[in-house]
Design a protein around this ligand. Structure first.
Ligand code: XMP
Length: 554
């Protein structure tokens, strides 16, 4: 990293705490900023945007502040009356004292517009929205780029960089002291900088993978401008999780829901490590698992949890609860309810021998949170679906939640799992949703459909393993469609189910692309499924990305 020049110096009373405060304005990807910073080795915490948070942000003693994006609109119609969109303006209680802290600030998307409008620039409503890919043209130097001499970087004057945009309002004029250093065809102020006050604005999202090399801008902001040292590692995340669990639970007891996936196993290991014998692990077979999974999970988890693990077969109860239910959200809610009923009963039984169980532990990850609840921390992000371990919970529960992975992403959890000594094959298993096969059987779920899907899924996954493809794919599974179609098998007319194959590549499940199989491989799997799985006579492949589709079908 290049040396810090005189002009890079921060105020004399500056205390380097090696961390960044992120002010959340409700973007779906705010936690992605925090995650990118952890990747760079810098710890960040997310705060809500209203003025009540000012003291907490101040006391956090960050090295710098990032304003996230968000769905709200700031634009005044004054200068753009012909183009102005509907008046969606929302006034928020933003605290201008944040600027008086004298810390470096980076505003992203709405965050850039906020700092512009607060510091004397103008943001206007516009119908000229800019969503998706855009080409950024860099016209001048800024501290967020590599030093001028480094011509290998695409972040340099004269370069053109693919970026990801998501805004409607636009910046008409920038505040005094700022200069624009990059533009797109629709944004004249795509990057702005006030090098003296160390305030920067990006109209695009550097945190999403579609912005080519966006992490470099974040890295230069936190390491070069804010002077954070990149020391944050998986071990810090483990220590913080252990501290958080102990301070939340104290002398209490936690019943931890173990699903057989890596997330709940890692959450369980953390809670177990933090609390010792005040941890009780429970694995419930809900009848919505894959072939042989229940037995495999018990074998895999027993070495880690010993007698603190209990397994229960509640499959009939779940299948009964799902009879006649075909709406996706209702299915998720029903499954969530039955899970909680089971856990409350288990807690009640444990209580008789060991004392009150006040907490339920879960391996909820951040993508589950953001897609289930509006909002996660004061934001206004949209609900996509109710992940059973978050949005599917009943309003009233006798146990409080302990979710040590709530702000982490899958790949981070895998690193922590590795650090905690979890078996490598277990860690690299594809994600499997809590509501299991129920969200892979659109329409009503029956035991018969589950049995068909289990067989088809097994053929697909084993073919991936034999073909050496399993590890290249982020998640793969079969779906049993509610459609039957006509076929001909052995000169006889058949009328069977359509099975659909889904395989995606992804970093974190927030976005995904379909895996590009060779046609021969798909043909081989299709033929094997039709031959070996009774009831299926047609196989399809899902070519949709996320967005617009989600990874699961429901
Ligand atoms: P979607 O379908 O929302 O899935 O694109 C993103 C990732 O989350 C998993 N998923 C879940 N995981 N409980 C979970 O623990 C759930 O209710 C749930 N729903 C989806 C999904 O398999 C994918 O990896």
């Amino acid at each position: 990293m290049s040396a810090i020049s005189e002009s890079d110096k921060l105020p004399a009373d500056f205390q380097a705490n090696n961390r960044i405060a992120i002010i959340d304005f409700g973007s779906q990807v705010t936690q992605l900023i925090a995650r990118r910073l952890r990747n760079i080795g810098v710890y960040a915490e997310v705060f809500v945007y209203d003025s009540n948070e000012y003291d907490r942000v101040k006391n956090f003693s960050a090295n710098g502040i990032i304003f996230s994006g968000g769905p709200q609109r700031l634009g005044s119609n004054a200068s753009d009356s012909k183009k102005s969109g509907p008046p969606e303006k929302i006034s928020f209680r933003f605290d201008d004292r944040l600027f008086e802290l004298g810390l470096p600030i980076l505003g992203i998307c709405l965050g850039e517009q906020i700092l512009c409008s607060r510091l004397g620039g103008e943001v206007v409503s516009s119908r000229d929205s800019e969503y998706g890919p855009a080409e950024l043209e860099i016209t001048d130097y800024c501290d967020l780029f590599d030093k001028k001499a480094d011509s290998s970087s695409s972040w340099r004057v004269g370069s053109s960089v693919p970026v990801w945009m998501s805004h409607t309002d636009k910046i008409l004029s920038i505040p005094p002291g700022f200069k624009s250093v990059a533009r797109t065809s629709r944004s004249s102020h795509a990057i702005i900088t006030d090098p003296k006050r160390k305030i920067y604005g990006l109209q695009f999202h550097p945190e999403v993978s579609h912005t080519c090399g966006g992490e470099l801008l974040l890295k230069n902001f936190v390491r070069r401008v804010c002077r954070c040292i990149g020391q944050w590692q998986a071990q810090n995340a483990i220590d913080k999780a252990l501290d958080d669990i102990r301070s939340k639970v104290g002398e209490g007891r936690v019943l931890c829901a173990l699903s057989g996936g890596v997330d709940s196993a890692v959450a369980g290991l953390l809670i177990n490590r933090a609390l010792g014998d005040h941890f009780y692990g429970a694995f419930i077979d809900n009848g919505l698992l894959r072939e042989g999974e229940s037995e495999m999970i018990e074998l895999a988890l027993r070495p880690y949890f010993g007698n603190n693990l209990q397994c229960f077969d509640e499959s009939e109860r779940f299948i009964d609860a799902l009879l006649g239910v075909s709406d996706p959200e209702e299915k998720r809610k029903k499954i969530g309810e039955v899970f909680i009923q089971c856990f409350e009963e288990i807690a009640q039984n444990l209580q008789e021998s060991f004392g009150k169980i006040e907490f339920l532990g879960q391996g909820t990850l951040y993508p589950d949170v953001i897609e289930s609840l509006p909002p996660v921390v004061g934001g206004v992000s949209q609900k996509i679906k109710s992940h059973h371990n978050v949005g599917g919970l009943p309003e009233v529960m006798s146990m409080d939640l302990v979710e040590p992975l709530r702000f982490l992403f899958k790949d981070e959890v895998r690193v922590i799992g590795h650090k905690l000594g979890l078996d490598a094959n277990f860690i690299s298993r594809h994600p499997f949703p809590g509501p299991g096969l129920a969200v892979r059987i659109p329409g009503e779920v029956t035991a018969e459909k589950c049995a068909i899907l289990r067989k088809a899924d097994k053929v697909f996954i084993e073919s991936l393993q034999h073909g050496g493809l399993y590890k290249d794919i982020w998640q793969a599974f079969a779906v049993l469609l509610p459609t039957k179609s006509v076929g001909v098998m052995g000169d006889v007319r058949s009328y069977g189910y359509c099975c659909l194959l889904r395989a995606v590549i992804s970093d974190d499940g927030m976005t995904a692309q379909p895996y590009a199989f060779k046609p021969e491989f798909l043909a081989h799997v299709a033929s094997k499924i039709v031959n070996e799985v009774e009831g299926v006579n047609r196989v399809l492949y899902d070519c949709s990305g996320k967005p617009p589709a989600t990874i699961e079908w429901e």
